[in-house]
Design a protein around this ligand. Structure first.
Ligand code: 5RP
Length: 262
């Protein structure tokens, strides 16, 4: 891995802890103005000081994040589908590597849909993106989307993460599951977890805690932060779990105290 690739990755996965708190706000690329993201600029701004890296689309980056921010960007470069159609797995690459570089990203991200009708296309999207990423020193994050027919279990998620690693992804985002340690142990690249659907804050903090305990290097969380009634308190609590090894109780106490201090 060349210097540039390592340097970009270290902007996302912090060297002092080996961990990361990424804020995912890329949902609109197929969901449109989903709850909590109606006004991306308003949602993102207060969370930036607590965010290690921002996962978003180029449209939201250009319109809703001031370029004078020193926030590492993980750019969503796959898409071409919408919630109106069944075939969410039929994604293509929507951003050129040239434009990603122009946007000074720290990494690019795409979804792979293992087991879906478009499995092959999305896996070849990954392979081609890695080829380009390697040429320019841009790390690639593979996002393991879970098709409707797939069970979000250790067998399936281990398969997805390992395929992503085998095809050359530099890090992978997946979901937490029972026996999650087996997903991490059989995946030779760093694993971060998505938060998934909105949970009560304490449950979401437990999810992050359990994932870290079982070997995840961090989270790339969206809805469980920006759909919280107290997003700033929530991201600070998530940070305590990820970067300070706080317990769920400690993190929840922090959430409560930041919430009441606002
Ligand atoms: C949406 C995504 C999101 O980046 C990912 O799901 C993380 O967000 P959340 O924590 O809300 O699940 O890939 O397709």
């Amino acid at each position: 891995m060349d210097w540039g690739m390592k340097n970009r990755l270290s902007r996302i996965i912090k060297p002092d802890t080996g961990r990361t708190v990424m804020l995912a706000v890329d949902h609109g690329y197929f969901l449109g103005p989903t709850s909590g993201l109606e006004n991306p600029r308003k949602t993102i701004a207060p969370l930036l000081p607590h965010t290690d890296a921002l996962m978003l689309t180029r449209g939201v980056l250009r319109t809703s994040v001031d370029p004078n921010n020193d926030i590492p960007v993980v750019l969503r470069v796959s898409g071409g589908t919408s919630i109106l159609k069944e075939n969410l797995d039929n994604e293509g690459i929507t951003v050129s590597m040239k434009d990603a570089i122009r946007l000074n990203v720290a990494a690019v991200a795409l979804s792979i849909f293992v087991g879906s009708d478009h499995e092959k296309e999305t896996l070849l999207n990954l392979a081609n993106l890695v080829n380009e990423g390697e040429e320019y020193g841009i790390p690639v994050l593979a996002v393991t989307a879970v098709g409707k027919k797939m069970a979000r279990d250790v067998r399936y998620l281990s398969l997805c993460c390992r395929i992503a690693a085998e095809l050359g992804a530099h890090f992978v985002k997946t979901y937490y599951c029972d026996e999650f340690e087996k997903v991490v142990e059989s995946c030779p690249i760093p694993v971060v977890i998505a938060g998934g659907k909105k949970l009560p804050e304490r449950e979401a903090l437990k999810l992050a805690f359990d994932a870290i305990q079982k070997g995840a290097v961090g989270v790339d969380m969206g809805r469980n932060i920006f759909q919280s009634d107290h997003p700033v308190a929530m991201i600070q609590a998530v940070r305590a779990v990820v970067h300070e090894n706080a317990s769920v109780d400690q993190a929840y106490d922090l959430f409560e105290s930041v919430k009441s201090s606002k």
